[in-house]
Write a protein that binds this ligand. Structure first.
Ligand code: ADP
Ligand code: MG
Length: 733
């Protein structure tokens, strides 16, 4: 049977009573399968002797020692035994906290197998972390010089919970292996196991818990990682085949814009789309055209699917990736127009009111003249306006509704929601994505099938390809690489804190030339409690302000303080405003509107301006304490300038105690404006295991595998899956 099918409760194993079972439950271990899938986080190789004199070379010594003498220090309950030992190469001291009984079990003169971590403390070699096993009550240590140490094995090191020891876990797992290990089946096709020289599942389970050698353990781990990735990809590819009858595009070719004859683009447009194109004051970029073309194909197939009796009608699910300022919104507007021409309704979901409002204003300008009824819906909408709006949505007189989470709240109903656009998709989790799609679930007449809305996700935080394969492996991906014409690359300068004055002077010249500037700070106001961090609009992973810096919080500049300083001392005659998540919604939009109109020249802010502010006349982005922001966030912030025809600048002012990683982050930003490169570097710097934001968002549920660390294996697994499904096309799928 499969490992996951061994649902026998662990209480059947001898030695596990109710109290123990409770401890295991703390780890989420209830069944034998949970237990056997509780993989070690590491192994300790005790197959080689490591003498006391080698304590620096290895994390632990593993040797045979003789007890030289006992001594005690401390008083009363704190009285602690110190055991002095030698293995003939050096003398060490075992500090036996809470283990007074060792006085009896390890008498002076005893010969003992010792595994311990040693460090120099108080001028002597000490260990508080040691394991012992008596070999003899007396003897001559010289006789053991070449003897192998008893217990020379590779030991698994498990993640633990209070009350459970490594030894206990090893014992229980050994029991489980003995009683249930023999019946475990493979979960990867035999041909794939052979192709890569993997272990069988059964071998892997035994070897990961009880390896003969370290290599053996690592091979077991690789087998299990591969198995997980293979099955993950298998599920994704099967889902794609089911919904689309084909693999997601671009899944292995990498991200690139595909060529498209411009006549093909023009011919693909629907009536409202044609009108919008004609009304635009600029040319669409190649990337936008290609994306709109792809979307058009998707939408037509999806809409036709609404009348089909095939068991799984095709449904669009596409991710548009494009760097900040590449014009993704417009592609979403084109998508909406086509849906409206087909007779459906659209919802555009944005993570903040600010952004939603901006989309609504743009839509009003561009789309309202095309006979499109628009609505703006956020949680803040007062009851008076809300009722009629909800009614109109339900009756279908509204074509496009733009808003925040309110769009999928319980009392919102749609007549014919055919398209859900999710902007800044990384701010939304999988549950929210499903919630908005649910709003449009409709039975297909004369069938048992349901139609769900087409899904268009926009991402300004480029998702590295490897990660996209895992997380969004069933989505089609369009990439907009070309920036709108006339944009000049932003110039980025690094400035050490203390030299900000130079930056302020530079900005002054830009303001005098008629341009505008942003100043961004990590805090709203001086840090008193944790809540002053501008977290309201924040999604954990990429964006959270770093608080692990060595500076004292009191020395961190805040938006409110700097607003005062800049407006009173540095730029006394320049119209300025401060904005952050504590300002109420109306004030935020009033300030932004004035900034857009140029009435406000300098906007002092927290990272709330990361999304949703589009002011082409702004040419300067000053980020102080830049080292406290994540790479992705810095790139997003920088993307607020360089949105017009003017040369723009980004000044990153970094703290004095910049760490190595901090330095690398700054350098990357200076060297490239390419969000894809930055995203890849970001992941490298943050290292494996730190993509948890994505795990929390619910897109990814991996156990032993890590999509970043194991990226090569991930690609291999995906290729194998595709090959495997091809072979079995007629049967398996
Ligand atoms: P993002 O991809 O970051 O969401 P936006 O959709 O906000 O970018 O677009 C940024 C700005 O570029 C907007 O002011 C938009 O009107 C403008 N824009 C979009 N497409 C083009 C184009 N092809 N040529 C010139 N400007 C464009
Ligand atoms: Mg955008």
């Amino acid at each position: 049977m499969k490992l996951s099918e061994i649902k026998t409760p662990i209480s059947v194993l001898s030695g596990i009573g109710p109290a123990k079972a409770h401890l295991f439950a703390n780890l989420g271990i209830y069944s034998v399968s949970d237990l056997l899938a509780w993989y070690p986080k590491d192994w300790e190789d005790r197959t080689q002797k490591r003498t006391l004199s080698e304590y620096k070379l290895f994390p632990k010594v593993h040797t045979i020692v003789q007890v030289l003498h006992h001594s005690w220090f401390g008083y009363g309950k704190m009285r602690t035994l110190k055991i002095t030992v030698t293995d003939g190469t050096a003398t060490g001291h075992l500090i036996a906290f809470n283990r007074p009984f060792l006085e009896k079990s390890l008498p002076v003169g005893a010969i003992v197998a010792l595994t311990a971590h040693f460090a120099v403390k108080y001028n002597e070699l000490q260990s508080t972390d040691f394991e012992t096993e008596k070999i003899a009550d007396s003897g001559n240590i010289a006789d053991y010089k070449t003897a192998t140490v008893p217990g020379s094995r590779v030991f698994p090191i498990y993640p633990l919970t209070a009350g459970l020891s490594q030894g206990q876990l090893r014992k229980v797992i050994a029991k489980a292996l003995q009683e249930y290990g023999r019946g475990i089946d493979n979960e990867v096709p035999q041909e794939v196991i052979e192709k890569h020289g993997l272990l069988t599942k059964q071998q892997a389970i035994f070897a990961i818990h009880q390896p003969h050698t370290l290599q053996n353990a690592l091979k077991a781990r690789n087998t299990l990682i591969y198995e997980e990735l293979f099955n993950f990809q298998l599920a994704i590819v099967r889902r794609a085949l089911l919904h689309k009858g084909r693999l997601p595009e671009d899944s292995l070719q990498g991200y690139g814009e595909k060529e498209l004859p411009s006549s093909a683009f023009l011919e693909s447009l629907s009536p409202r789309q044609k009108k919008l194109l004609e009304a635009l004051p600029f040319e669409l970029t190649e990337g936008q055209k290609r994306t709109i073309y792809d979307i058009n194909q998707d939408i037509d197939r999806t809409e036709k699917g609404r009348f089909s009796s095939s068991p799984q009608p095709y449904t669009m699910a596409r991710l548009v990736q494009g760097d900040v300022g590449s014009g993704k919104t417009l592609t979403a507007f084109f998508a909406c127009l086509r849906i409206i021409d087909w007779g459906g309704q659209c919802a555009i979901l944005a993570p903040t009111e600010l952004l939603a409002r901006q989309h609504a204003e743009n839509a009003a300008k561009l789309l309202a003249p095309l006979d499109v009824n628009l609505a703006f819906l956020t949680g803040n909408l007062k009851a008076a306006g809300r009722g009629p709006l909800l009614q109109a949505l339900k009756e279908g007189t509204i074509h496009i509704v733009i808003g925040t989470h309110a769009l999928f709240s319980r009392n919102v109903q749609y007549k014919d929601l055919h398209l859900a656009v999710i902007d800044e998709q990384h701010r939304f989790g999988v549950l929210q994505r499903n919630a908005i799609l649910e709003k449009g679930r409709q039975p297909i007449p004369n069938t048992d099938n349901y139609a769900v809305p087409a899904l268009l996700m926009l991402s300004a935080t480029p998702i590295p390809r490897t990660l996209a394969l895992t997380v969004f492996g069933d989505l089609d991906v369009s990439v907009i690489k070309t920036m709108p014409q006339g944009r000049k690359p932003i110039k980025t300068y690094l400035t050490r804190m203390g030299n900000e004055q130079n930056v302020y002077e530079y900005v002054r010249k830009e303001i005098e030339a008629g341009h505008q500037a942003y100043f961004v700070y990590p805090l709203i106001e001086e840090l008193k409690t944790d809540e002053t961090r501008d977290e309201a609009s924040y999604n954990e992973q990429d964006h959270s302000v770093f608080i692990d810096s060595t500076e004292k919080s009191s020395s961190i500049k805040s938006a409110e303080d700097m607003y005062r300083f800049l407006s009173e001392t540095v730029y006394p005659s320049v119209p300025m405003a401060v904005i952050h998540s504590r300002c109420d919604e109306e004030e935020q939009s009033r300030i932004l509107e004035n900034f857009r109109l140029g009435k406000i020249k300098i906007l002092v802010a927290t990272s709330v301006v990361e999304v949703g502010v589009d002011v082409p006349n702004a040419t300067c982005m000053v980020i102080e304490h830049a080292d406290r922001f994540g790479l992705a966030a810095l790139h997003q912030l920088r993307g607020r300038v360089g949105r017009g025809e003017y040369q723009s600048y980004c000044f990153l002012v970094y703290g004095k105690n910049l760490t190595e990683t901090g330095k690398s982050r700054m350098k990357i930003l200076r060297e490239t404006n390419d969000g894809f490169v930055i995203a890849e570097e970001d992941l490298k710097l943050r290292g494996p295991g730190e993509v948890t934001g994505i795990q929390q968002s619910g897109y990814l549920t991996l156990g032993i595998a890590d999509p970043i660390r194991d990226r090569d294996m991930l690609e291999t697994a995906r290729r194998d899956v595709i090959e495997y499904l091809d072979i079995k096309k007629d049967t398996a799928v």
